[in-house]
Write a protein that binds this ligand. Structure first.
Ligand code: G1P
Length: 307
């Protein structure tokens, strides 16, 4: 456990159907799609482990068990690669199981994010005073915000969420915070939270961005909420309930970058971004992109699809 770690358990809701990635997601879970060569689930597991998490509870459906299998060792594959002298690849194969202990919680029905988080409750230990929740659709960059959130929990208690300042016209895709200054840079006290408000009703432009450090009290709140926005059991409503009962909630405003892996357009941006800084693929990709962008047709002959 790192010195600032306020949690050992990280929950990753991953039961969605991935409809925006059909037909691929007929058989491949969205969370296993590669950002260059690493699946999104390993990226968020790495982020959780870096912040001190020892256990990853993957909330998923029975059909998506391959998401958790990514964290199982593959001794035979390792042996084959070793025999061929592919040591760098052996390291890649070993990374996920070495990062964190993964386990599965089953969500039988997609009843909302709040319901998904509640499904992880039986997996908790008595010592879990707080849990981290990471939405695998959101990549928050650079990593490190969870450690900052842990420091804020240590100072103010309660629950701490990550916020992005979002243009108001896009705000209705998010959970939005009603906030007040604390005097600490980029740390705001939250007085209310509302899921997917109309832009004119949004209490601010600070939106939840897929990283939560939640006091264990959230599970009792999750038991008491009723369906909210979209007819779903919303995590936002459980946070709002805690606030109304006097539970301290703060946000850390993250000024870095973010990728939305939840749709093919955002996913491609993330893949290109990661690939550009990859020593193996970056330089050539940069060159190729320059040509593509300069080409009036926008594609390079041979790279275009005929259908
Ligand atoms: C979920 C949350 C929302 C949050 C968003 C961040 O919404 O319900 O509060 O702002 O993730 O990505 P979803 O994107 O699943 O609709």
């Amino acid at each position: 456990m790192s010195p600032t770690s306020a949690f050992q358990t990280a929950i990753v809701p991953a039961a969605g159907l991935g409809t925006r990635f059909l037909p691929t997601t007929k058989s491949v879970p969205k969370e296993l799609l590669p950002v260059v060569d690493t699946p999104a689930i390993e990226l968020v597991a790495g982020e959780a482990a870096e912040a001190g998490a020892e256990r990853l509870v993957i909330v998923t459906s029975p059909e998506k068990s391959s998401v958790a299998r990514h964290f199982e060792p593959r001794p035979e594959l390792e042996r084959t690669l070793e025999e061929r002298g592919k040591t760098a690849l052996v390291e890649k194969v070993r990374r996920a199981p070495q990062l964190i202990r993964a386990e599965v919680a089953i969500q039988e029905q997609a009843l909302g994010l709040g319901h998904a988080v509640a499904c992880a409750r039986p997996n908790l230990n008595d010592s879990d005073e707080a849990v981290a929740v990471l939405l695998p659709d959101d990549l928050v960059l650079p990593t490190g915000v969870l450690s900052r959130m842990a420091e804020v929990r240590e100072r103010f208690g309660g629950s701490v969420l990550c916020a992005f300042d979002i243009p108001r016209e896009q705000i209705s895709a998010y959970g939005v915070f009603e906030v007040e200054d604390t005097g600490v840079e980029d740390v705001l006290r939250v007085h209310g939270m509302v899921e997917k408000p109309a832009p004119e009703d949004a209490p601010s432009t600070y939106a939840a961005a897929g990283r939560y450090l939640l006091d264990r009290a959230i599970f009792d709140a999750l038991d008491r909420i009723t369906p909210g926005a979209g007819g779903e059991l919303q995590l936002t409503d459980a946070v709002a309930l805690l606030i109304s009962e006097g539970h301290p909630v703060h946000v850390v405003v993250h000024r870095g970058g973010r990728h939305d892996l939840g749709n093919p357009g955002g996913f491609l941006r993330a893949a290109v971004d990661f690939a550009l800084s990859n020593p193996e693929y970056g330089p050539e990709l940069r060159e190729w992109l320059r040509h593509v962008v300069a080409d009036p047709a926008g594609t390079i002959e041979g790279g275009t699809r005929s259908n």
